[in-house]
Ligand binder design. Structure first.
Ligand SMILES: [Fe+2]
Length: 462
């Protein structure tokens, strides 16, 4: 049976949970008005506290995910700026499915199942700009709007050209992402996204451009990989370099409808460090300075590292964002505000991260996945061209994508865990993994949604 939080006895922890208010206390001393979105707390208290390891391992679960998740949920397939011109196409592959996204008119995006209605060859193998969708096998051709155009020796077929259009996949857009949903009966994207749309009004990702896109093959189930990017709890042992400059323990975690978020404050030391650091040491760690380097700024005794970090971030973004920056509070400038939209999109809010992560199964394997790092930068003037996908194989290091700068070091640390995780999970004698009440709340909420979509009741997976 999958344990629910209601099944547990009340917490007998002797440690006070007062640290849960750490982030809100930092907001109290922010120099700028704090927006409601940072003051709000979650509307949803997740129930799941442990799940069967089988969910990461089994072929049957993978196949159920294809039917119940990948064929039914809204998924971010590409960015609008990946297909800026009429005729631009994108190919989105997930768990054996393939979908073509096409800009069919200046203000119109359509999506089709990537399979020729003649003999089934994929219509597109990779992105690119085309005048029509032509199968490279026998030349069956469709217009960009999916209507049938022509085929060689058409008179030999019992085909009504007017009815031989490509079956469409539902399309929607939010935050500059093009979402698709293969289920013709699905709810509208707006309803599915719910309150996240208003939570991002101050951080309009559609006004940024895709400056970096790295996709790396990973040796673990897609859920195992994605969970490593849904909490700051693992910083203490996986990323100890963060501890002088980030409050991992005092991060805020909130669950809403089909999405959740975490906020990890930056420029403040972790409560796990017993020694009180100087403001200079906190600032140096947050700005990535080595111990023997000249610090970027010399802090006075009363200088708050968060203020100086926020000022540095303002200087970085002012050329693109101008005076609109002055409407943001310091927390929005520097803290890690990381959202999760079910099932697999992880856009960051504020201006502190500029990141989006995305995860999905690789090919049709439960033990392999594709992890993507997308960086969305503000710009002024003409929209720069979107970055092409830089693909890394499983054996490649993140350092082979130098465009992600120091993030490569962090992702290498995460990948060091993930490389062995699939094997470790398979060896787990208890056949269960457990999640913490607060710091793993996003994962618990995600599994509430997962069980609902998968049709797995509280006794499933046993
Ligand atoms: Fe990590």
């Amino acid at each position: 049976m999958v344990k629910q939080i209601a099944d547990l006895p009340p917490s007998d922890s002797v440690e006070s949970e007062d640290y849960l208010l750490n982030y809100q206390r930092l907001l109290d001393r922010d120099r700028f008005p704090v927006p409601d979105v940072l003051r709000m707390t979650g509307t949803n208290m997740p129930a799941t506290v442990e799940i069967p390891t089988e969910w990461y391992l089994s072929r049957e679960i993978h196949e159920r995910e294809v039917e119940r998740i990948w064929k039914r949920t809204w998924q971010a397939a590409c960015r609008e700026e990946d297909i800026p011109s009429i005729g631009d196409t994108w190919v989105y592959d997930v768990a054996g499915m393939s979908i073509i996204i096409v800009r069919s008119a200046a203000a119109e995006i359509r999506a089709f199942f990537n399979s020729c209605l003649h003999r089934g060859r994929p219509l597109r193998d990779y992105p690119g700009c085309v005048k029509e969708l032509q199968c490279s096998y026998h030349g069956f051709t469709w217009n960009l709007d999916g209507t049938f155009k022509t085929a060689p020796c058409l008179q030999e077929f019992e085909i009504n050209p007017a009815k031989f259009r490509l079956p469409e996949v539902k399309v929607g857009t939010w935050a500059g992402y093009v979402f698709i949903n293969p289920d013709p009966q699905c709810e509208p994207l707006e309803g599915f996204l719910g309150g996240i749309r208003s939570q991002f009004t101050r951080w309009p990702l559609e006004q940024r451009y895709k400056a970096i896109h790295v996709a790396k093959e990973m040796p673990a189930n897609w859920k195992l990989v994605q969970e490593a990017f849904m909490e700051s709890y693992h910083a203490i042992t996986t990323h100890p370099q963060f501890l002088p400059a980030m409050d991992d323990k005092g991060s805020q975690y909130d669950a809403f409808e089909n999405f959740s978020r975490a906020i990890s404050p930056v420029g403040v030391q972790s409560p796990h460090l017993k020694k009180k650091l100087t403001n200079q040491a906190v600032f140096n760690a947050a700005s990535g300075a080595w111990d023997d380097e000249e610090p970027l700024v010399q802090l006075g005794e009363n200088d708050d590292p968060r203020v100086l970090l926020a000022e540095m971030a303002r200087r970085t973004h002012r050329p693109a964002l101008g005076d609109s920056l002055d409407s943001y509070c310091d927390s929005e400038m520097i803290d890690a505000i990381f959202y999760t939209v079910f099932p697999n999109l992880h856009p960051w809010g504020g201006l502190g991260g500029l990141l989006t992560y995305r995860f999905r199964p690789l090919d049709e394997r439960p033990d392999k996945s594709l992890m993507e790092v997308i960086m969305l930068y503000p710009f002024s003037g003409e929209r720069p061209a979107a970055a092409r996908v830089h693909r890394l194989a499983e054996g490649d290091s993140w350092f082979e994508a130098p465009e992600i700068l120091t993030l490569a070091n962090v992702l290498e640390q995460d990948t060091h865990n993930l490389t062995n995780l699939q094997r470790g999970v398979a060896n787990n004698p208890r056949k269960r993994v457990v999640f913490s009440r607060h710091q793993e709340l996003k994962i618990r909420h995600w599994y509430d949604l997962y069980q609902r979509w998968m049709g797995l009741g509280t006794s499933a997976g046993a």
